[in-house]
Design a protein around this ligand. Structure first.
Ligand code: DON
Length: 408
């Protein structure tokens, strides 16, 4: 029998892409005149696993401007540099349920509430290091390049076109400046932001960038740590609530992945711990989200159970094998796999009643691959828990040759 060596993930993406072509509705953005030149029929998708393996279909290598898809990544850079508390003093964490260009500012503080729409994104860029627009943009560009794992160009025509027509964004910058939340002058912030939106990427780049969030901040292709785990988690959390403008709630129910769209036609979506996806199709719906991109991600989520809150089957028991000595005094449990809070709770509640008073419980961690922080704490407290606390005397031996219980 000949072996079919075609990539099954690629075949899946081919099907998703072909199915999305039935959507003829939507139009390319034209509020930035230069964007009106985009090919409405361009269509691409790429998926990159957290092991750095890329799978692609259609126009996944065609460049387009990143636009608002840059927002979570610039935000991630700011979070990585300054932390969530300092950044939140300037821009909030709330889904505003408003269009991307809304004058969306907290009434009392004048602070933008949502970092994934323009007002919040302009403030975010203003916070990045550098005194001039060029210096701030250099920080953003280098950061985006580390997320993508390659050098990225700028579409100068789109930049010039947005700079020539971006008065609404300038107005947002001046409003936030007057409220004291902008980190630079309005001109510096908007010029850096317009250039940030004009960076050229492909769907493949977006998938690698999303996969870098999925790993907790390490680019899975280059192996470089781009941002901290905390910054990656905060960014994905904000994308979950705010990434699709005023369609964010519907998106969370129908697709259920942290995501961000842009008027250049790109969307990034992350399945934390598993993969990143980038899509490209410039036909936009009335909210500025790519019609075919949304259709592809909805289909993937619906047909392949990718919603991050989908019910998961009972995990494998953390107790791989259990034995007792003939006299019943020693119980040995061989634990296995990745132990998190629920697994530690299962080990403790199942084994404690089995061990005889004055007996010994040996927990063998030789086949355990990792132990989460909460589980580590529970296991470390175990001798105390089963001893005086319950007025029983059980000796607990933690056999941990690989040191999986060591705090890092
Ligand atoms: O601020 C703007 O108008 C654009 N450069 C970016 C906006 C954007 O991508 C909104 N997307 N749907």
């Amino acid at each position: 029998m000949p072996v079919d060596l075609r990539d099954p993930v690629r075949l899946l993406l081919d099907t998703v892409l072909a199915d999305a072509r039935v959507h003829e509705e939507g139009a390319v953005a034209d509020y930035i005149p230069e964007l009106a030149n985009a090919d409405p029929d361009a269509l691409g998708i790429a998926l990159v696993s957290t092991r750095g393996v890329p799978h692609e279909a259609g126009d996944s290598g065609v460049e387009f401007t990143i636009q608002s898809v840059s927002k979570p990544f610039a935000y991630a850079l700011a979070l990585d540099l300054f932390g969530i508390d300092a950044v939140s003093e300037h821009v909030g964490l709330e889904p505003s349920g408003e269009p991307f260009n809304a004058i969306s500012l907290d009434e009392a503080s004048g602070r933008p509430m949502n970092p994934m729409i323009n007002a919040g994104a302009i403030v975010t860029t203003s916070l990045l290091p550098g005194a001039t627009a060029d210096e701030k943009f250099a920080v953003v560009r280098t950061g985006l390049e580390r997320f993508a794992g390659r050098e990225l160009g700028v579409d100068e025509a789109v930049f010039a076109s947005e700079a020539a027509t971006g008065d609404r964004n300038r107005a947002l910058a001046y409003l936030t400046r007057s409220a004291g939340t902008l980190g630079s002058t309005a001109e510096v912030a908007t010029t850096a932001y317009f250039r940030q939106c004009s960076v050229l990427v492909t769907a493949r780049d977006l998938a690698i960038m999303a996969a870098t969030l999925a790993t907790g901040g390490v680019n899975p292709v280059t192996g470089e740590r781009v941002i901290s785990e905390d910054a990656a988690r905060w960014t994905m959390a904000v994308m979950t609530g705010c990434g699709m403008y005023d369609a964010s709630g519907t998106w969370l129910v129908r697709v259920g992945l942290p995501a961000k769209s842009g008027v250049g036609g790109g969307i990034v979506a992350v399945q934390p711990g598993q993969f990143g996806i980038g899509t490209f199709s410039p036909r936009l719906d009335a909210r500025g989200n790519s019609v075919r991109g949304v259709a592809m991600l909805e289909a993937l989520s619906r047909d392949h159970g990718l919603h991050m809150l989908a019910h998961r089957e009972e995990p494998l028991s953390p107790i791989g094998a259990l034995s007792r000595s003939d006299d019943g005094m020693e119980t040995v449990a061989a634990l296995r796999g990745e132990l998190r809070f629920a697994a530690a709770e299962e080990v403790l509640t199942r084994l404690a009643p089995l061990v005889r008073d004055d007996g010994t419980l040996v927990l063998d961690f030789s086949s355990v691959t990792s132990v989460g922080p909460a589980a580590t704490r529970l296991f470390r407290a175990l001798p105390g828990l089963l001893g005086p606390v319950e007025d029983r005397h059980i000796q607990v031996v933690l056999h941990d040759p690989e040191g999986v219980l060591d705090d890092d």
